[in-house]
Design a protein around this ligand. Structure first.
Ligand code: ADP
Ligand code: MG
Length: 296
């Protein structure tokens, strides 16, 4: 039988917007030693703002508005938080969006599809260079903006580089305090695990007192990092995206952020922070500790 203390702890969590899928998840949280955080959409709010569009060296002659229309039309099909921000930027400018077809997405890399007979590639530098030649100055642009913590979304149309959308994605305001609280509850090691570039990751990590930053991680890399960490103790993975799903499932307990529609992460996790706030994780840990003391 599940102890009364556990049942009541799960219901207390529910009242705080923390969905706990069972006593096992709560117990795993209470024993946490290693804590891994995804960056984009987890440590950051994922409410990125379009700063500007850079078309330096672009081979495709497409103006800013049309570039935003094409990109946002395709990004409608993605659950990625940056994709959502691109769509919001187009909506804010009242740009009518089209419906692409032949859409396919590689989690943590980007998305491709066809719109108005044009073939679109949208995503990271590595992803877009697979299908288009990206001019040399773009590398400098990415290096310069990455140190500011800016996410870059590259776009190619019909195999020609068309421009880069520069998106500012800020740290969640509650993140520094939430991580400090988590430190106080027996967590020994805090690691950032991101698909993004090292420079962007390091900028976001400033002031968070993170022990280690692992950048440019594919979903398989994230999975491997969690599997390795479990050898040294109970490991919690916190993430929001489809690219985090394997790592969430492999952790002692996975924690998914919010319910933005990325159901793959919510399904793979034992705990879902429906309230979409990182400080709720510290609360959940506190409740889990209390429940363990009472139940034992
Ligand atoms: P994180 O692991 O920090 O959440 P991701 O692995 O989800 O980051 O993404 C890694 C990089 O890939 C990010 O810089 C993001 O901008 C880019 N990316 C992934 N999917 C998309 C997409 N659909 N549209 C634009 N950029 C994308
Ligand atoms: Mg993410």
């Amino acid at each position: 039988a599940v102890p009364v203390a556990v049942v009541s702890a799960i219901s207390r969590c529910a009242q705080r917007g923390i969905l706990v899928k069972g006593g096992g998840a709560l117990e795993a949280l209470a024993s946490a030693r290693n804590l891994f955080f995804d960056k984009t959409g987890t440590l950051t709010g994922g409410q990125a703002r379009l700063i500007r569009i850079d078309r330096t060296g672009a081979a495709a002659r497409i103006d800013d508005t049309e570039l935003l229309r094409l990109t946002a039309s395709l990004e409608q099909m993605s659950h990625h938080v940056i994709a959502g921000a691109v769509v919001a930027a187009a909506r804010a400018r009242s740009i009518p969006l089209g419906v692409p077809d032949e859409v396919s997405e590689i989690p943590g890399a980007g998305v491709s599809g066809t719109l108005d007979g044009q073939r679109l590639l949208v995503g990271t530098y590595d992803y877009v260079t697979r299908g288009a030649e990206v001019p040399a100055p773009v590398r400098d642009l990415l290096d310069r903006t990455a140190v500011e913590g800016t996410a870059a979304v590259l776009v190619a149309v019909d195999g020609r580089y068309a421009g880069t959308l520069l998106m500012a994605d800020a740290l969640r305001t509650e993140a520094p305090r939430a991580l400090r609280l988590l430190r106080k509850t027996g967590v020994r090691r805090i690691v950032m695990l991101t698909g993004d570039r090292r420079e962007v990751a390091e900028t976001i990590a400033v002031g968070l007192n993170i022990d280690e930053v692992l950048a440019e991680q594919t979903p398989a890399d994230k999975l491997a990092a969690i599997t390795a960490a479990r050898e040294s103790g109970p490991t919690v993975m916190v993430g929001d995206g489809v690219n985090d799903a394997p790592a969430l499932a492999a952790a002692t307990v996975g924690v998914a952020m919010g319910a933005r529609g990325a159901t793959a992460s919510a399904e793979a996790a034992g705990i879902v922070l429906l309230a979409d706030r990182l400080d709720r994780l510290a609360e959940a840990l506190h409740i889990a500790h209390q429940a363990r003391r009472i139940a034992l």
